[in-house]
Write a protein that binds this ligand. Structure first.
Ligand SMILES: NC(=O)C1=CN([C@@H]2O[C@H](COP(=O)(O)OP(=O)(O)OC[C@H]3O[C@@H](n4cnc5c(N)ncnc54)[C@H](O)[C@@H]3O)[C@@H](O)[C@H]2O)C=CC1
Ligand SMILES: O=C(O)CCC(=O)C(=O)O
Length: 394
């Protein structure tokens, strides 16, 4: 539909560079364990690579490559001067001590240092990585360079040049798109119910922000399972329990599986954990009228078609979770210019990008009678194609 020439498709089909590394880490018991990781840089026609680093036992090179391609698209959906990149380390941070986690984080940055940097590729947090880890990573990179390099990594603690609002930006962006989508449905915010899968950076903050504006959050989950109460859950109480162990001890709710949460009768469903949770097998049982993909790739292509045909509006990941990379961009600008913004400035600038992007994507989708995902891809890929042509690559 975008009318991309075959040679442009050939370029975009694969990442421009993928680095596969293995690096030794001294464990607390004195043994040495070798960890594997990847950094994929999909396309840098529009600027340096940008994208998170995930720590997860099931990370694969193929997953990281796909995620880097989505980053190229995402950055262009919201008009950022970046190409797409993504990284991952095969590890289970829940089984590592704080010291081991720090050594894994530093070891990975040392292993990929040659290909990253403020003008080359700027990593950020993703699944099971956070501001603390970004701080260690920035420190490792700065030491290798011999100078303080805050613009090399985003999602850092505020004390190291992190941006106000980055911690909640992914969820804030997602909630902005959900509220735009709800506007045309004529429901008051207080009538809206939401179920959220995943209770980490994206899911937990989405729950907090939605309940803050009056939406009834009726179900949440983490890797251990889901809680459901049709009358609404106390999100602050859940967050508090999670901080001190597990929210499974929360009363006033029915316990259910992560799969069952996806099929609840709610207005808004927010998958905010991992990929491929809505497939052709369960798509027909989804009852939500809007799905906002806070996670990357939670819906398979087959399922996307089924949902579209059922009239369920899917706000695709490349738009719904683009708030995170947008505020990472703000962080990078603040680091490069050595001037820092208030939380109100960050939130206002985020809304100024996300809300028009939502409407632009929706308009293209409606004009072409297609999904918002296809609309987003059309918009983004034509921008990347134009840049590749302007650079004389094709
Ligand atoms: N952190 C960020 O800024 C961004 C994150 N994302 C995406 O959002 C998703 C979640 O990432 P974060 O919130 O950052 O990760 P996180 O590590 O902060 O949280 C992940 C959450 O998912 C839960 N989880 C893990 N496996 C699960 C399962 N099988 N079922 C249900 N829950 C499960 C964990 O218990 C945890 O609560 C990922 O797809 C990530 O790529 C997208 C854009 C930016
Ligand atoms: O903040 C960033 O730079 C990237 C976040 C990310 O990995 C994503 O949007 O999937």
């Amino acid at each position: 539909m975008v009318g991309l020439e075959p040679h442009l498709i050939e370029i975009l089909k694969r990442p421009m560079r993928v680095l596969s590394v293995s690096f030794p880490v001294r464990m607390d018991d004195g043994s040495v364990q070798v960890f594997e990781g990847y950094r994929s840089q999909h396309n840098d026609a529009m600027g340096p690579g940008k994208g998170g680093i995930r720590f997860h036992p099931q990370v694969t090179m193929d997953e990281v490559k796909a995620l880097s391609m989505w980053m190229t698209i995402k950055c262009q959906v919201v008009g950022l001067p970046y190409g797409g990149a993504k990284g991952g380390v095969v590890c289970d941070p829940r089984t590592l001590s704080a010291g081991e986690l720090e050594r894994v984080s530093r070891g990975f940055i040392e292993a990929i240092a040659q290909i990253i940097g403020p003008d080359k590729d700027i990593p950020a947090p993703d699944v099971y990585t956070n501001a603390k880890i970004m701080g260690w990573m920035m420190d490792a990179y700065s030491k290798l360079q011999g100078s303080f390099a805050p613009a090399s990594i985003t999602g850092k603690p505020l004390s190291l040049g992190g941006s106000r609002g980055r911690d909640e930006a992914t969820a804030r962006g997602c909630v902005l798109t959900v509220l735009e989508a709800m506007k045309k449905r004529g429901q008051s915010v207080q009538e809206i119910t939401a179920a959220i899968q995943g209770f980490g950076n994206a899911g937990r903050t989405a729950a907090k922000l939605l309940s803050g504006v009056g939406v009834r959050v009726v179900a949440v989950s983490d890797s251990t399972g889901a809680l459901y109460n049709p009358n609404g859950l106390d999100v602050d109480a859940l967050a508090n329990l999670k901080d001190h162990g597990s929210f499974r001890n929360y009363g006033h709710s029915e316990h259910m599986s992560n799969q069952a949460l996806l099929e609840l009768p709610v207005d808004v469903l927010i998958p905010a954990a991992l990929e491929n949770v809505i497939t052709a097998e369960n798509a027909g049982r989804i009852q939500a009228s809007i799905i906002a993909e806070a996670a990357n790739g939670p819906i398979t292509p087959d399922a996307d078609t089924i949902l579209f045909e059922s009239g369920i509006q899917v706000i695709p990941d490349v738009l719904a979770n683009a708030g995170g990379v947008t505020v990472s961009y703000f962080e990078w600008i603040q680091n490069l210019t050595h001037s820092y913004w208030t939380k109100e400035q960050v939130d206002a600038k985020l809304a100024d990008i996300l809300v028009p992007s939502y409407h632009e994507v929706n308009k293209i989708a409606q004009e072409h009678r297609t999904t918002m995902r296809m609309g987003a891809y059309m918009m983004a890929l034509s921008r990347v194609a134009e840049a590749m042509k302007a650079r004389g690559w094709v």
